[in-house]
Design a protein around this ligand. Structure first.
Ligand SMILES: [Zn+2]
Length: 281
């Protein structure tokens, strides 16, 4: 289930750094994130803190030496995959009549995806390891703190032909910037949409080979989780929680893991990690 909680207007202008001349000419980029919380996602409309701290969840981005974007541009520099088993905690996601909970299934899938990615040589960072429920912003912040990362959020739908898999990338967002070249937190994905589409199509193509009836190319949707992510980012949605026996879903996990791992490996050479002179302010 892909959630879009709608028009949460966030005008947190986060610390950012110069022009990304290597890949995204003229575009600025969000490098910092709201302070991570251990609490639930705030209700829509909750105002952001007046003074969002310019620090990463690891607290290590306060100087240029620790900036994930300092250093030289690096082609094929993709080495980290941030894997997001969606939902969790008090949010079970989609539920089937047989008691299948999306939040449980995606955690199991994530274990297999992780293993397949590690076999391809990637470092994997998970947004949750167990049945906790980090906020949307916490999950994006985990990705935005990395250099050379891609972001993959895993979902199981309540619709669609069982046994198929769809990859979504975020729909177009105008890359709004202010007079200082800052882009708001909720536009973080805008400079990456082209790369996300390329990444999504690679993974979807491999999924289509294995899971007949799946689309050949990635789809666009308004995906809340992707919007605040400053990295190539995709949502992978498996159909569906309506199966009678969860073993039908379990049997899909190795194929999904293999397609994601091989798609990520195929994407790696095309991803030039941006260099930002001076690092963080
Ligand atoms: Zn979901």
């Amino acid at each position: 289930m892909l959630l879009d909680v709608g028009n949460i207007v966030r005008i947190r202008l986060l610390s950012l750094f110069g022009t990304l001349s290597v890949v995204f000419t003229g575009a600025a980029m969000v490098v910092s994130s709201p302070a991570p919380s251990q609490t639930q996602q705030p209700a829509p409309g909750t105002p952001p803190p007046a003074n969002p701290p310019a620090a990463s969840p690891q607290g290590g981005m306060a100087g240029s030496a620790a900036s994930p974007f300092s250093g030289q541009p690096q082609q094929g520099g993709l080495n980290i995959v941030v894997l997001d088993p969606a939902h969790g905690g008090t949010d079970p996601g989609a539920r089937g009549t047989g008691g299948i909970r999306e939040s449980d299934i995606v955690l199991d899938f994530a274990m297999q995806v992780r293993r397949a990615l590690e076999l391809q040589g990637f470092q994997v960072v998970q947004t949750r390891q167990g049945n906790e429920d980090p906020s949307f912003d916490d999950r994006s912040a985990t990705a935005n703190a990395q250099r050379g990362a891609v972001f993959i959020t895993l979902h199981v739908s309540s619709t669609g032909l069982p046994g198929t898999v769809r990859v979504y990338v975020n729909s177009d967002l105008p890359p709004v910037t202010n007079a200082n070249g800052l882009i708001p937190w909720d536009r973080a994905q805008a400079p990456f949409l082209g790369l996300s589409r390329k990444f999504g199509d690679l993974v979807q193509g491999l999924l289509a080979q294995r899971f007949k009836g799946s689309p050949d190319t990635s789809q666009t949707a308004s995906v809340r989780q992707l919007r605040t992510t400053a990295a190539p980012a995709i949502a992978v949605e498996i159909s569906s929680v309506t199966v009678d026996d969860r073993a039908q879903l379990d049997r899909m996990a190795p194929g999904v893991a293999d397609a994601i791992a091989r798609g990520t490996a195929a994407f790696k050479p095309t991803y030039i990690v941006p260099n930002v002179p001076g690092g963080l302010p």
